[in-house]
Design a protein around this ligand. Structure first.
Ligand code: BGP
Length: 460
């Protein structure tokens, strides 16, 4: 048996926009996702937006009962800023307070600890119209919103997270065109990243100023960068990818400052973000108590083969190129590489280079397109591939914990098949299947397996 430390967190994660639905009901204002879908539905898989998602806004009580059946002792979701404070900064929506309060109370009642995240890609449209993360007014509005959440729910919620994968809106919205506002401009992207970090730190400062008994952290997607070879040029490419995509957030939130190599690199290319006096002190105060790590697939890189075109836009890919390792193991249903050992590498990196900070796996999972083809006669989805995927990742995690890694738990992405941004319902990830027509929920084979694992606090 591989047994995990006592009190290990077993659960799953989702986010407000991806699960609640009722996206323009209950007093909620539009987020950038509602808006983008309204103006460009063709950017979404099958044209599906987040209006209904998995109807958690109506079905939360039954869904929490299912979480209990799955053996969850913890569960992460987020609060939608545009639901709680529809004008972004100002009046609180009482219906939203009641909704989140009820969800939190019911989770606690069922023995499931709520982990609450404040921002999961879902900028209120009215705040985006003021400039989104490029605007310091929006940064301050976010800090007020965060404080409001702590005051309203901080008596019961003791695990808070300021952002989920903050680099993704930077990449999607300001570099690679897969989030609204579809800007491609490195310097603006760097400003968005910097301001997000300032917003994070202001929320941490606000939380600590209230003297509540709880922990505050952030959730980062840490994607280890593996070089094609040990050649100096490949090693440098991997180092740069790591610097830009992992350490840009990981270092400030754990050590209170940007890596000096990153500052040197960006200033060399004239790409440093707009920074205000006092920002670096604010960032120093944003060191977290707890880190969530999302991991899906590794990043393999090689040294770039070509010099950038003199007129090309400055991009991270000036420093590395993706590398497809021959023989790599694939999840053919999503097109992502599977590399379970990365779990161990992440854990050991945090132990050796980040002061063994307390952390947990806040997302890991296997997306499958066309999952209905795995339905058995019994009607249940026979997702043995997902069981295998989770088991292998957990095995590497277990080994790292044995060697002293400070990992506190494992949350799958996700509890129930959910709407996922531009991919909508293309890739299914849940322990529980969602029938899009009827909204019926049905436990997959992996859900039953996970209930056993969580009950036994380990597996064979
Ligand atoms: C993560 C996000 C989640 C979720 C997941 C699956 O990076 O934090 O919000 O969307 O990716 O993504 P996809 O459906 O594109 O496979």
């Amino acid at each position: 048996m591989k047994i995990f430390p006592q009190g290990f967190w077993w659960g799953s994660a989702t986010s407000a926009a991806q699960s609640e639905g009722s996206s323009l009901k209950g007093g909620k204002s539009a987020s950038i996702w509602d808006h983008w879908h309204a103006i460009q539905p063709e950017r979404f898989h099958n044209g599906v937006g987040c209006a209904d998602a998995s109807t958690f806004y109506e079905n939360w009580r039954d869904d929490i009962a299912l979480m209990k059946e799955l053996g969850h002792n913890s569960f992460r979701t987020s609060i939608a800023w545009s639901r709680l404070i529809p004008s972004g900064d100002g009046e609180i929506n009482q219906e939203a307070v009641d909704f989140y309060s009820n969800v939190i109370d019911e989770l606690i009642e069922q023995g499931i600890e709520p982990f609450i995240n404040l921002y999961h890609f879902d900028m209120p449209l009215c705040m985006q119209e003021k400039g989104g993360w490029e605007s310091r007014e929006v940064v301050d509005a976010y800090a007020n919103y965060a404080k409001t959440c702590f005051v309203l729910f901080g008596d019961r919620v003791v695990k808070w997270f300021t952002h989920n994968e903050p680099i993704v809106p930077v990449e999607g919205g300001y570099l690679y065109d897969f989030h609204y506002p579809n800007i491609v401009d490195f310097k603006r992207a760097a400003t968005v990243a910097h301001n997000t970090l300032v917003a994070h730190s202001k929320a941490v400062i606000a939380y600590r100023s209230l003297g509540l008994k709880g922990e505050i952290g952030i959730i980062l997607n840490l994607t280890p960068s593996y070089p094609r070879s040990q050649n100096q040029a490949d090693l440098l490419a991997a180092e740069r990818a790591d610097l830009l995509f992992n350490r840009s957030f990981l270092d400030p939130v754990t050590k209170g400052e940007y890596p000096s190599e990153l500052v040197t690199l960006l200033s060399e290319y004239g790409q440093l973000p707009g920074c205000h006096d006092g920002d670096l002190e604010i960032i120093k105060a944003g060191v977290v108590d707890l880190l969530g790590v999302n991991f899906y697939f590794p990043r393999r890189v090689q040294a770039p083969r070509y010099a950038p075109h003199p007129d090309a836009l400055f991009m991270p890919e000036w420093f590395f190129e993706p590398y497809e390792m021959p023989g790599r193991k694939m999840n053919p249903h999503r097109g992502w590489e599977i590399y379970e050992e990365a779990m161990y590498d992440i854990a050991i990196n945090l132990k050796d280079n980040y002061n063994n900070i307390p952390w947990f796996v806040s997302e890991n999972g296997m997306g499958v397109e066309g999952e209905e083809k795995f339905r058995a006669e019994s009607f249940q989805i026979q997702d043995d591939y997902r069981i295998e995927f989770v088991k292998e990742h957990l095995s590497w995690l277990h080994k790292a914990i044995d060697e002293g890694a400070n990992c506190k738990g494992y949350h799958l992405w996700t509890f129930i098949d959910c709407w996922s941004w531009c991919n909508a319902y293309k890739n299914r990830y849940g322990w529980i299947e969602l029938d899009l027509e009827t909204q019926a929920r049905r436990m997959k084979k992996s859900g039953q397996w996970f209930a056993q694992v969580s009950n036994d606090n380990g597996f064979e």
